[in-house]
Write a new protein. Structure first.
Length: 191
């Protein structure tokens, strides 16, 4: 493209910001130490009521309005003031907690002695209640007359305990579903 004729009086060089010459004829073109002028965005289409005037042209998100003043949208000014940072999408802190940990544990899965999830579940022969193996053995041995903590039957031997294979072999996540299903069946047969 050839330049023919004079430049308009309001033309400013886009490279150096000095009026009087075209960008193709800019004297700073061959100067290696010259840093090109930062281009300023125009705020066309944004209502003036949504803009806030700022003094610093190097501020983040700054634009120039039609009168030559530096402005920034109000929403951007609030966001830059808060400086909220988004977390990376695959960071380990963002892993959602499992639904089973947020739900309350059904009472049928808790040991009546330690009030924790059943570990090495065993059933006592007198009332078929499930306990942790270690909890019920300790309770029977420490009580006078080997009393069952649930039905209070005496002379219950720790050797008579039977492993609750259903509760032992089910994964903890599926354990909740199993108990829920069994309770549903139990209440359906009652009614």
């Amino acid at each position: 493209m050839k330049l023919v004729g004079l430049l308009p009086p309001n033309y400013i060089c886009f490279r150096c910001g000095i009026p009087g010459h075209h960008i193709k004829n800019c004297p700073s073109t061959w100067d290696k130490s010259f840093a090109p002028r930062k281009r300023m965005r125009k705020c066309a289409g944004i209502p003036r009521s949504f803009l806030v005037e700022v003094d610093d042209p190097d501020r983040k998100g700054v634009m120039m309005d039609s009168s030559g003043k530096y402005v920034i949208p109000i929403m951007n000014a609030e966001a830059y003031a808060i400086r909220k940072k988004e977390k990376p999408p695959f960071s380990p802190q963002n892993e959602p907690s499992s639904s089973s940990s947020s739900d309350p544990v059904p009472a049928a899965l808790l040991c009546l002695i330690c009030k924790d999830l059943l570990t090495d579940a065993v059933m006592i022969p007198c009332c078929s209640t499930s306990y942790c193996d270690e909890c019920i053995r300790t309770c029977l041995l420490e009580s006078d007359g080997h009393l069952c903590p649930t039905c209070r039957q005496s002379d219950v031997s720790p050797d008579a305990l039977t492993a609750n294979t259903v509760l032992r072999h089910v994964r903890p996540s599926a354990l909740f579903l199993l108990v829920d299903h069994l309770l549903h069946l139990h209440f359906r047969t009652i009614s």
